[in-house]
Write a protein that binds this ligand. Structure first.
Ligand code: ATP
Length: 509
């Protein structure tokens, strides 16, 4: 997708009250965004869809809401103080700062694009006789690009795994990677940069202590593991889910709400018996992919990416990547975190954090498999994938946000055909008994065609039009957002129709 299309997505989000740059009147705050009147509804609906799938579909998963602040030792125990770093590099001419690994990844994508172009060219040339596998092994250019990608991926992984900053720099220099802004290769050395925000806690400067804003919600769950297990009499395997803000001082923050400094995560830590973690890891990989697919965005937009470089706490990890406007990128992480966190909290707190398993009379520290999805990235995935411009039969265009119906900010809009002759009053009366049961919008401004377009742009699945016939025979027109088809139903059947259309059990199975 082109930059132009991505810019359209960002401006649509602003124009229709979904996402605003934070502190815009002061020229904005980099990588911080606010959700507007429609954005907050879409966001809440995504949260609810996730929360229900975790805590209502699984009787062994409960939810919590832990504080953003926690005791500073939390971050020593979790390893974040020591290891939550990104490799940072500056370009001396543009004074721009980059993540060294991202620069290399972008370069790899460029080579991949060249390879794809070559492939397309030859597909066209040879038509039916084209065989992709043979082409990859025989065509000189394809062989060259493929080898370059393989070499780059393996040296990048090695450099990251060994935390070898010299090797990272060498990759950048040897491939002549230049700064996208200045175009020069005048780079500084690479430094490690800790992503946690710190702040002072306490009223007086003498007694105030240093605290961190949490960079992930997971630690709040680990700190509460014993509380939940005991008070809920939970039996392993069981999970704890949480939705909440996380903060990271990202080195570069671009791509709209994809990479923010303040963002929201939806995480679930699943506690299992040591030795069974791989079974559960596979289980949650499948489960999470099915959750994504249940929303009906094209299957082709998702793929798994297994990690070669594992975080300091993991024994297996993968991402669910989504085809964002700027290519496939991480949307959700699934990690087998071992007993790293609980063991360390036990060590640093000197408290007993063990599970007694009555099944075989054993005592152990549980292993953890986690699923961690960025709410804002999920928002962007849905929003960017749903926005489309359609050419209509009469030659005009319509912009429509084909959000999965279950997540739409408003489920329906009630529109009197005209304001006069009692139609507006009829429409208002119609809404009264429904407005606490459904998310309904009322609009009487402008001509009906323009109101339909506005609801299309907001992603409202149904427009209900009250016209003269409604008053005569108590029927109402329902216009479907996607097909634009209009059908009439009895006003008495409206509530049933809406319940059926937005019954979450038809989506989450
Ligand atoms: P990335 O490699 O893109 O920096 P990550 O691997 O560091 O992401 P995790 O620590 O696994 O991310 O966090 C879990 C999820 O939280 C990610 O899959 C992503 O959806 C979301 N997330 C992480 N960082 C950000 C951010 N800065 N802004 C928005 N969402 C984020």
């Amino acid at each position: 997708m082109s930059d132009v299309k991505f810019k359209k997505i960002i401006s649509h989000a602003k124009e229709y009250g979904f996402v605003f740059q934070s502190s815009e009147i002061y020229d904005g705050l980099s990588a911080v965004y606010d959700y507007g009147q429609n954005g907050v509804l879409l966001k809440n609906n995504i949260k609810e869809y996730w929360w229900k799938s975790m805590t209502q579909l699984n009787e062994n998963i409960v939810g919590i809401d832990s504080a953003i602040f926690s005791h500073p030792t939390t971050w020593k125990a979790s390893g974040h103080l020591e290891a939550f770093n990104d490799p940072l590099i500056d370009n001396k001419d543009s004074q721009k700062r980059y993540r060294a690994d991202n620069l290399i990844e972008d370069y790899i994508q460029k080579v991949q694009k060249k390879l794809d172009k070559e492939l397309e060219k030859n597909k066209k040339r040879f038509g039916e006789c084209f065989n992709q596998e043979t082409f990859m092994f025989t065509n000189e250019k394809a062989k060259k690009y493929n080898k370059e990608i393989d070499d780059l991926v393996s040296s990048l992984n090695k450099a990251l795994k060994d935390e070898n900053l010299d090797l990272l720099k060498e990759i950048i220099v040897s491939r002549n990677i230049s700064c996208p802004v200045s175009g020069t290769k005048n780079w500084t050395d690479i430094k490690q940069f800790n992503l946690m925000f710190s702040t002072k806690f306490g009223a007086s400067s003498e007694t105030a202590s240093n605290l961190y804003l949490r960079p992930e919600t997971a630690q709040g769950i680990f700190l509460n593991y014993m509380n939940v297990q005991k008070s809920g009499r939970m039996k392993i395997p069981f999970g704890i889910a949480q939705i909440g803000k996380a903060f990271r001082n990202e080195i570069i923050a671009r791509q709209f709400i994809f990479r923010m400094r303040e963002f929201e995560q939806m995480e679930m830590q699943f506690f299992v018996k040591p030795g069974t973690q791989m079974e559960w890891y596979d289980h949650w990989k499948k489960n999470r992919m099915n959750w994504h697919l249940s929303l009906g965005l094209d299957e082709k937009n998702y793929r798994f990416h297994d990690h070669d470089k594992l975080a300091h706490y993991a024994d297996a990890a993968c991402d669910i990547e989504f085809n964002f406007p700027f290519g496939f990128k991480e949307l959700e992480g699934i990690h087998s975190r071992t007993d790293f966190d609980l063991i360390n909290h036990e060590k640093f707190s000197s408290k007993h954090i063990k599970y007694y398993d009555p099944k075989d009379d054993s005592k152990y520290t549980p292993y953890v498999v986690e699923t961690s999805i960025g709410l804002d990235r999920m928002f962007l995935a849905i929003f960017s994938n749903s926005l489309s411009t359609e050419l209509l039969d009469d030659g005009s265009e319509r912009v429509v946000l084909k959000i999965p119906k279950i997540l739409a900010p408003y489920q329906c809009a009630v529109l009197p055909l005209v304001k006069k002759d009692g139609l507006a009053e009829y429409a208002e009366e119609l809404i009264k008994p429904l407005k606490l049961k459904f998310r309904i919008l009322y609009d009487e401004k402008d001509a009906i065609g323009r109101r339909y377009r506005r609801q299309d742009a907001l992603g409202t699945p149904f427009c209900l039009t009250v016209d003269y016939q409604t008053i005569d025979d108590k029927t109402i027109t329902i216009r479907d957002r996607d097909s634009m088809k209009q059908t009439r139903i009895k006003v008495d059947e409206l509530e049933k129709f809406l319940y059926k259309s937005f019954d979450i059990s038809n989506w989450l199975k």
